[in-house]
Write a protein of this length. Structure first.
Ligand code: SAM
Length: 280
């Protein structure tokens, strides 16, 4: 008997992955958590039936979430990660010896438990001494912060369910306050292709626009995400993501990356017209 994981990318399009073994399944207070072992993508995490992270293609997302801001401001020392319970974003951050402090605010402790059990590839650095984990709502956590972080990475689920509050003007306004004068915020900004994700993208855009002086978008192709075309939002109080790219300083870190390099950094901010039209 064949087992398949299927995610609906639109009402007429489904994406399926053949499953070898269902490793973990739990209904937490916030969401349904599943980890499965697949033939093509290794172990993968889904939340409420939505694809979150796979062993095979997570490097693309986590490289672009972390190395893009780090190459614009290599002096980043204090980082806030909201969501990110699989640990992949934190893992990439801990590769920078220059980073002194990482607050991880993940609403659902069960996600961290599950990923430590079955996704060690991403969860392997959650015990780094610089990492401080708070199991609470990122929307509430950031309310109390002022001028505290160099970088905020919003590595959340889609804007419904527990993630909904992380796509609001209140949240981005509080993130603005929580960042210092050189602050940068990156969020996963959904997909511009199918209507369902397009709506999420437009909603996130409307909530972010006007809060930060600099607001740019960049893309990457992530095979297991809806349509493959995925966007990230780059907002900042001071730095332009391409004009202020510190290419030599980033190379001096000597990090070996599987996806990111400073040429793709520049190229990722060049977007096709249909996306530019959507964002305008
Ligand atoms: N890379 C994935 C993506 O782009 O869809 C996201 C990875 S991570 C698993 C998403 C995490 O966000 C989940 O563990 C979820 O529990 C967490 N999350 C959702 N809403 C949250 C909130 N309001 N505060 C903190 N964490 C939240």
């Amino acid at each position: 008997m064949e087992l398949w994981f299927t995610e609906e990318h639109s009402e007429n399009v489904k994406f399926s992955i053949k499953v070898d073994e269902h490793l973990y399944s739990e209904q937490s207070k916030y969401q349904r958590i599943d980890i499965m072992k697949s033939y093509e993508f290794g172990n993968f995490l889904t939340l409420d039936g939505c694809m979150m992270v796979t062993e095979r293609d997570e490097f693309i997302y986590h490289d672009m979430m972390v190395h893009v801001p780090m190459a614009v401001n290599p002096a980043i020392k204090k980082v806030l990660v909201i969501g990110g319970g699989d640990g992949g974003t934190v893992r990439e951050l801990t590769r920078y010896k220059s980073i002194e402090y990482i607050d991880l605010v993940e609403i659902d402790e069960k996600v961290v438990v599950a990923c430590k059990m079955h996704l060690q590839q991403t969860a392997c650095k959650l015990d780094d001494p610089r990492v401080h984990i708070y199991f609470e709502d990122g929307l509430r956590f950031v309310r109390g912060k002022e001028n505290e972080y160099d970088l905020i990475l919003v590595d959340s689920t889609d804007p419904f369910g527990p993630g909904e509050g992380l796509f609001t003007k209140e949240f981005y306004g509080n993130c603005y306050k929580a960042l210092n004068e050189k602050g940068i915020l990156i969020n996963q900004h959904e997909s511009p292709y199918y209507q369902m994700h397009k709506n999420s993208l437009e909603m996130a855009y409307e909530k972010m626009v006007g809060i930060f002086p600099i607001m740019k978008f960049y893309g990457a192709n992530i095979p297991t995400y809806s349509s493959g075309q995925w966007l990230f939002g780059f907002v900042s109080k001071k730095f332009h993501p391409v004009k202020d790219l510190q290419e030599e300083a980033w190379k001096a870190f000597g990090l070996k990356t599987k996806y990111y390099n400073t040429i793709i950094h520049r190229g990722s901010f060049a977007l096709p017209n249909y996306i530019l039209d959507l964002l305008s």
